[in-house]
Design a protein around this ligand. Sequence first.
Ligand SMILES: CC(C)(COP(=O)(O)OP(=O)(O)OC[C@H]1O[C@@H](n2cnc3c(N)ncnc32)[C@H](O)[C@@H]1OP(=O)(O)O)[C@@H](O)C(=O)NCCC(=O)NCCS
Length: 394
Amino acid sequence: MHHSFARWDRPTEQDLEDYARLMAVSFGTKVDSSARWLGRVGPARARVILADDQVGAALASYDMGQFFGGRSVACWGIAGVAVQPHLRRCGLASAMMRRVLEDAHAQGVPLSSLFAANHPLYRSVGYETAGTRALASIAPDRIRVREPSGSVRPMDEQDEAVRRALYQRMAAARPGHLNREAGLWRRATHSRDDVPLRSWLALSPAGEPEGYITLQPGPGAGISQELEVVDLVATSPWAVRRLLGFLGDHASVVRSVRFPSAPSCPFLRSLAEPRVCWEDSTGWLLRVVSLVPALEDRGWPAAVAGRVELELHDPLLPGNSGRWTLEVEGGQARVTRGGAGDVRMDPRGLACTYSGFVSPAEAAAVGLLEGPDYALATLGALLAGPAPWTLDMF
Ligand SMILES: CC(C)(COP(=O)(O)OP(=O)(O)OC[C@H]1O[C@@H](n2cnc3c(N)ncnc32)[C@H](O)[C@@H]1OP(=O)(O)O)[C@@H](O)C(=O)NCCC(=O)NCCS
């Protein structure tokens, strides 16, 4: 079927209203909550494709960062991708993704990430699964962690700077965690209906803030409540124990607590019985949009030095294509044109290895990249790190 694509641009006021309606019909949400979501991301971050003079397809992007190697790398987090039901399977979503990636590349944005309801669509433009996001569920009476020292108190607006500093400190040490922009912070501190969530600050025996927890009520009431943890942030072993103990203290009325985590999350090591149930486990996808800043802006292990000669084949963003030499030393990377192109890859192979989710040798085993063993091993040593995951779903 042929449709005339009149415009790919920032939406008008009318287009934004149409986008909220499109989101409601696509995701089964209410129009007003979709409009509120758009307000959080920021109307300036929305893009539409007009088909036959109407909003045929739309998306929005968070202007955020993602931590890799201890540094925040600028990243467009794509969300709210939707196509009018009667226009699906005409290539509109693919066209929209190509356009947003071209725009990001033109602005030198290093990365883009997203949660996919449809992998073939995003893989076709170079995204690949590069980390996880899951909820761990446990009955509070099984937490069995007791840390009576120090104190926990409710947080208020005065604590906002402390909250952000604590999150930033923990997130920077965890590959894949988001460097939240304003809209994502709003999501982490307010309910879907925009009501402030309740948070508690953990103060060490010396009175220092070392962590916080943000909760929202789940289903159930009375003695069979479920509790959702939005943020569980701890920057010291004491704070991990104190906040887990705080959760355990809900045992009389709370049947289960769900918190964002991952099997590799160090907090689970503090549970006496870490047999949690995993729920809503999913992967997020990454796309390297601008190769040089993606490699140079991230952190690298300070104790490892190495040189890898790469060849990237990126037909959608040809500025990334060609041979590159990556030299890493002292925790910094330098990327220059040229070299022998020993490790050959496409954007998907680059994405899943860049985050450390898949080792280059593992990616080679399934044909996502190729190269001689010594070069794969060098690249693997440079990219090795804790398994990437994130607290946020966006
Ligand atoms: C998912 C969605 C955005 C796809 O939009 P679209 O314009 O139909 O997608 P395209 O026509 O560009 O399709 C691109 C590729 O995606 C895959 N795809 C799209 N719809 C699919 C479907 N219903 N079933 C299986 N694969 C599908 C195919 O690989 C397709 O390529 P092909 O047509 O050559 O086989 C659209 O169905 C939609 O709005 N769904 C509801 C909201 C949603 O799921 N958003 C995505 C959130 S991440």
